[in-house]
Ligand binder design. Structure first.
Ligand code: GLY
Ligand code: MN
Ligand code: MN
Length: 438
């Protein structure tokens, strides 16, 4: 946790942006896995953690929008609980640690919320139990407050020096995971052996994975969480895995390598294009440039490289304008990262990644870009270009004649079992340019 002053300042800044009403920020609760007492590993709500610090379930923070007065609510544990959980700090102590006052019990919070229901501002719920709680206390028609959403996004988007220190820790642990995987992976192993090694390192760092790891010889399946294949010599192994530090901040790194072998010339040629996209797109990061323009830069680098390999054809700018590169990279170049791997996605992807000046594209591929707007110093984001050969997508485009002026469909026949290559780094935008985290 940071010092109390950090949380006080954040709440002060939030109240200054909101200025009225009662801001209600509940913590997460334990979530049952297969029976009540057997729970999923606890994951705190990132908004609660940002403003209240504690990584403890069953608390809630309220902030008076007019005065900024903050109160922490929750029940102190009784002797029965002490037997099972050991001594725990009182809610009054927890409140003191973050420079807030003790509010009262959960029952008292319920009474307060019902009494002020028309005045309570809250963020979009993403767990059913929280949605139910809100409906019960604030009425079935109560909706998340867009002003509050925008204010939280404005504050959380710009990372402070102490947050970046935590992100460096998360990325360094993520790098250790990847180095160990590269050293360990060998023909004959299950993908799961590599996945287990990675996760163990994240846990050894007193954290966890920041999202379910992708460890696959089928890298062209973008969110592939199956780890049951046996690795063969020369397979391209795509690993997209990151650690969450003890503080909750995320790393998100992708590397691709050939198992137990040097890459073939064919693999290396595609790898070099992806690496150029990573290097050049990272070099272009600076305040004032839009991330959508950098995403399209990646598209041009990929189209140009694939044209050199004979897989694309025609004018590169026209190919990217037509969206032809998206046959090979159907996802976006990256997203914000922070306390969430896809930072603040619970608050709405468009509100986080777009604004009045930059609207989301409707085009296949670019429509999946999570962050398109102009960059500011302090934004932390991922740069993750890739090239994939997805047989089903190739077949559909070939049958429909999609972008046939720019794609050499016959040349793609020799790539149907290639898989995919992605490389991903985490970067912070600085006043003058950028710094690669970790
Ligand atoms: N691991 C998902 C992503 O890179 O966004
Ligand atoms: Mn990733
Ligand atoms: Mn990512």
């Amino acid at each position: 946790m940071f010092q109390a002053q950090t949380y006080q300042q954040r709440r002060h800044d939030l109240a200054a942006l909101i200025s009225s009403g009662l801001i209600f920020l509940p913590s997460n609760r334990e979530a049952s896995m297969n029976c009540t007492d057997n729970t999923y590993p606890f994951r705190q709500d990132s908004n609660f953690r940002y403003f209240a610090g504690h990584n403890i379930p069953d608390l809630a923070l309220t902030i008076d929008g007019a005065t900024g007065e903050s109160r922490l609510w929750g029940d102190d544990i009784n002797l029965d609980h002490v037997v099972w959980m050991g001594e725990q700090p009182s809610v009054a102590e927890l409140a003191k640690n973050i420079g807030a006052k003790r509010g009262g019990t959960q029952a008292e919070l319920s009474t307060l919320l019902k009494k002020h229901s028309g005045d309570v501002r809250f963020l979009p719920p993403y767990r059913a139990e929280r949605e139910t709680f809100i409906k019960e206390h604030l009425g079935a028609a109560a909706g998340a407050d867009e002003g509050l959403i925008r204010a939280v996004i404005a504050l959380r988007s710009v990372k402070s020096a102490e947050e970046l220190e935590q992100m460096d820790i998360a990325v360094k642990t993520s790098m250790k995971m990847h180095a160990a995987a590269a050293a360990h992976a060998a023909p004959g192993q299950l993908e799961a052996e590599v996945a287990g090694l990675l996760e163990g390192i994240a846990i050894s760092g007193n954290g966890r994975l920041s999202y379910p790891a992708i460890v696959t010889r089928n890298g062209h399946v973008l969110h592939n969480h199956y780890h049951g294949n046996i690795l063969k010599k020369g397979d391209l192994l795509l690993i997209d895995a990151g650690a969450e530090a003890t503080s909750g901040y995320a790393g998100d790194i992708t590397r691709t390598f050939a198992v137990g072998a040097d890459m073939t010339a064919k693999q290396q040629d595609v790898y070099d294009i992806v690496q150029k996209a990573l290097t050049d797109c990272t070099a272009a990061l600076r305040p004032g440039i839009t991330y959508q323009s950098i995403h399209l830069d990646a598209g041009r680098i990929i189209a140009s490289g694939l044209k050199d390999l004979g897989l694309m054809k025609g004018n590169v700018d026209e190919a990217v304008a037509a969206g032809a590169h998206a046959l090979f990279m159907p996802h976006g170049l990256g997203h914000m990262i922070g306390l969430d791997v896809h930072d603040m996605e619970d608050l709405g992807e468009d509100l986080v990644g777009y604004d009045d000046k930059m609207k989301r594209s409707a085009q296949f591929g670019t429509k999946n870009l999570r962050l398109g707007k102009e960059l500011q110093a302090g934004y932390a984001l991922t740069v993750e270009p890739g090239i994939y050969f997805i047989p089903a997508l190739i077949d559909r485009w070939a049958a429909d004649g999609t972008c046939s002026d720019f794609i050499n469909f016959s040349a793609l026949e020799g790539y149907r079992d290639f898989g995919g290559i992605r490389l991903e780094d985490d970067v912070v935008v600085t006043n003058t340019g950028h710094r690669v985290l970790g």
